[in-house]
Design a protein around this ligand. Sequence first.
Ligand SMILES: [Zn+2]
Length: 223
Amino acid sequence: MGKGIAYLINYLSSMADFIYYRDDSCLICGREDSNLLCGSCWEKIKKIDEPSEVSLDSVIIKVYSYAYYGNVVRELMLRLKYKKDYQAAKLFSMFLYEKLKETGIKPDVITFIPIREENRKKRGYNQCELIGKGLSKLTGIKTAEMLAINEGAKDQIGLSSLERYKNMEDKFRCIYYPKYKDKSILLIDDVITTGSTVYQGTKVLKKCYGGNIYILTVAKSRL
Ligand SMILES: [Zn+2]
């Protein structure tokens, strides 16, 4: 067999892996299971019961997160962000669906934290948007892109909490849809650390739309 053909077969089979869902094995350990994660990997996920509170300028916001950013969730997040593993997005949507039912919140629309255009191009998608769309499929609630990044803002890496808040002040701008004025909005993020990203996103959405803003994240990272 020529090198060209071997390469082609290799390429086609990797495309097949990418396109087709592998619903029969655990995403983390590969053990046969029809639920995306096997029982023992599920057990390693540490769920969070109480919402976290993020406060700044005497305004307090509540953030609901499904689980701590531990081994299993971290591995799934890395697969989603860097290996185009859409199964991980599907699983995260299921996490959020379960959490949303627990809270009893009934939003009118789902939106998500945007990522920098440069990263979206590299990755091919915004992972928060994928998770939000999966949640939309499960709930029947529409998604809308309501936040955009002001590309001038600096990267967050290496900044302290306070510096992060300051740097985030003008990070987002609102994309306005008149039909969602005064409606309740669910804002999705993948992982919260200081909470500054969702805090600023909430502030912009509140100012722009006026209704209730609820925040739901897949994971919470301990600083
Ligand atoms: Zn497993």
